[in-house]
Design a protein around this ligand. Sequence first.
Ligand code: ADP
Ligand code: MG
Length: 262
Amino acid sequence: MSTEIVINQVNMRFGKGDKAVTALSDINLDIPSGEIVSLLGPSGCGKSTLLRLIADLLEPSAGKIEVENESPRQARLQRKFGIIFQQPTLLEWRNVVDNVSLPLEFTGHSRKERKQIAMEQLRMVGLEKFAGHYPWQLSGGMQQRVAIARALTFNPPMLLMDEPFSALDEFTKERLHLEVIRIQEQTRKTVVFVTHSIPEAVFLSNRVIVLSAHPGKVKHNLSIELPGKRDLQIREHPAFFEYTTKVRSCFGEGAYDEDLLV
Ligand code: ADP
Ligand code: MG
């Protein structure tokens, strides 16, 4: 299995002097290609910071990150990843297809090409019938699927997802988990998925990276091998409970400190 993202001795500090916060300390990590890898940890442990470093939205204070053997900057400029955040951040005055095709407006694609590509990605998330709808006509889950379609516009080899379903109800969340698994199986993209939910991480991932807080460090790197297909039934399987228990035990007592419960 080739390696997509290599993180080498990365440190991230915010601020200076007394007010400095070490968000990440000595992070070493290889993220293989074609897998779903979760970054899991309590609030404030540096998950979003790590994802932003990979995405070139931040620069590390020390250490090095390589994305497909290049710097995050080069990877970003070549549109190697699509990013999905907790909020779909759609433009209210644009319909669904025009939201999805937005990134293509800066790259010289013709109107016809833009529409064709956007429709392809809407088909990928099962929303082609809603192309003419406006964001406010869609449920939260559908809006997030539009955001996924938008992240797919350049057909990037990587998807970076930062707690994309945290604001959604359980039922919608479960459907979207299946959607992510299906899209990943169909496209073989590398998915880096940030979450603070243990069952979500275990259900989705081939690998779970457990982070601890203050400062953020990699505590464990666990391969998840569930027997059989990842469908809703697998959550009833003893192996699923074994993994969630194992992951939970990685955090130890410290994870339940009051200041970490947000
Ligand atoms: P998580 O996503 O795991 O909840 P974050 O990566 O957002 O954690 O934050 C990790 C730590 O870095 C926290 O202590 C947070 O307050 C701090 N931090 C994050 N971004 C900034 C910033 N732009 N300026 C100062 N501190 C920050
Ligand atoms: Mg975060």
